[in-house]
Design a protein around this ligand. Structure first.
Ligand code: SF4
Length: 473
């Protein structure tokens, strides 16, 4: 048996790709993580030992497989990379729909490990606490169950881009030098409150030349077609390097304060706000959705419609209200005679929340935690557009803007004044009509929604503009 040593997903993928192309069966090779203790069995091989591939055609593993593999490669089980190879082999050798078979032992284990890694990464994001260990330098100690620093490093780089920091764990460490992330071997224990020890550790690790990411880039350049690069963490990092610029966060961390929500970083126009929202990771919804779906419409709009969250089509296209419910809303807007120049549409939550059922992604209702995490984006949108009227579509948007205990039957069509706006109404979400239990119910809700749209539009015409609103009359 050939044994390969790998560091992470990228180095595993480079070798696995060659081995799969060469037709090497899972029982003929095994992978181990380079930082694990080596056993006395078998000679260690390297990718040069692999025969050239049987076919020149590129191997195609789905995005779904790659996403699953990236998580499982962080699992602590020594067989994580072997399981991945077995799954990849089976998918490419007659079982293309294998990942759909959740009763299969390998798939069930993979899904379980994926969930464990995801939970561990969330805990790390929530519980990592930095302490100062030198001028503009911070250190945090954490004890994760899995190799999650590759997953959380970019998150903290976005949060604290302007100070140097290190997260130490028994498995590995990550450092940020305000420009790039470096990963290295773990440290067995927390250096505690000993600042000198922390500074020494800092120097040691920071000066370390061990950098699997850099090694993997050259490997990837050699091995991978450019079209696969969209899934490489290094490319995401380049984007973050270009966009990270929140110097206020640095001041706050130095003062020991909670960092500001990214929506509250002083954006003075919608374009800047929406661009910042595209890299938001204030809650976990960004980890599964394709992209942030920001609002659409002129900044001078007098009426804002606020939906719940993007759906499947919105998530894929990046545009709000383009799915079946959005098309119905367009119909109603036209019927109500509302000029698009008058209107801005957005959602209370900017990422798609869903559960997978086979090939379908089914909508899930955002929790109060998701609403709270996303509220600053919505509030800032309202502050920048300063509409005359806000119409919430559906109970979730109403609970975000009006009151947590908002009830549609009791309060539909009433105008409320709330801290972030003086005139907010709520009505049904058009998806409620799409999903109505009967044609009669759908017709009744449609006519009530249309009446509320007209009512909101007329109020937006009749009421005076808010102070500072940039509207043409
Ligand atoms: S749902 Fe909102 S708060 Fe959560 S990551 Fe997306 S934009 Fe940020």
């Amino acid at each position: 048996m050939r044994r390969f040593t790998v560091d992470d997903f990228d180095s595993w993928r480079a070798i696995a790709r060659q081995a799969l192309a060469a037709g090497i069966e899972p029982r003929a090779l095994s992978f181990q993580r380079s930082k694990q203790e080596k056993t006395l069995f078998d000679d260690e091989a390297n990718d040069d030992d692999l025969p050239s591939s049987r076919s020149a055609s590129p191997l195609r593993l789905s995005k779904e497989f790659i996403a699953l593999a990236q998580m499982i490669s962080c699992h602590r089980d020594p067989n994580a990379f072997n399981l991945l190879y077995r799954l990849g082999w089976r998918v490419l050798n007659g079982e293309p729909l294998l990942l759909r078979d959740t009763l299969d032992d390998d798939v069930a284990r993979a899904v379980r490990w994926q969930q464990q890694v995801r939970r561990d990464a969330h805990k790390a994001k929530a519980f990592v606490r930095f302490r100062p260990v030198g001028e503009q330098k911070f250190f945090a100690w954490h004890r994760p169950d899995h190799w999650v620093l590759k997953l959380i490093g970019p998150f903290f780089a976005r949060r604290f881009p302007n100070v140097e920091w290190m997260i130490g764990t028994p498995l590995e460490i990550v450092t940020w030098n305000r420009r790039k992330l470096e990963y290295g071997a773990g440290m067995p224990t927390d250096p505690g409150a000993d600042a000198d020890a922390c500074v020494d550790l800092w120097k040691t690790y920071y000066a370390s030349t061990y950098n699997p990411a850099r090694t993997n880039v050259s490997m990837m350049k050699r091995e991978m077609p450019v079209r696969y690069w969209a899934t490489m963490p290094e490319t995401a990092l380049i984007q973050e390097l270009l966009t990270a610029a929140d110097s206020r966060t640095a001041e706050m961390i130095i003062k020991g304060e909670t960092p500001v929500h990214p929506a509250n970083a002083g954006y003075t126009n919608l374009h800047g706000l929406n661009e910042a929202a595209r890299s938001c990771s204030a809650c976990e919804l960004c980890e599964h959705a394709t992209q942030t779906v920001v609002g659409r419409g002129p900044p001078s709009a007098r009426l804002i419609l606020v939906g719940e969250q993007p759906g499947d089509e919105e998530d894929r296209t990046g545009q709000p209200f383009v799915g079946p419910a959005g098309r119905l809303l367009e119909e109603l807007i036209a019927e109500a005679g509302i000029d698009r120049e008058w209107l801005y549409v957005t959602n209370a939550v900017k990422h798609f929340y869903f559960v997978e059922r086979g090939e379908r992604r089914l909508h899930k209702r955002p929790s109060a935690r998701h609403l709270a995490a996303c509220q600053p984006w919505l509030h800032r949108e309202l502050e920048l557009v300063r509409p005359v009227m806000v119409l919430c579509l559906g109970v979730t948007a109403a609970q975000s803007l009006i009151a947590a205990d908002f009830r549609m039957n009791a309060s539909r069509g009433k105008v409320f004044s709330v801290p972030h706006h003086q005139a907010v109404m709520a009505t049904y979400h058009p998806s409620a009509i799409v999903r109505a239990p009967s044609a009669e119910a759908a017709a009744r809700m449609r006519s009530e929604l249309l009446a509320n749209l007209r009512q909101a539009f007329e109020l937006s015409v009749a009421r005076p503009a808010q102070a500072g609103q940039n509207v043409k009359r």
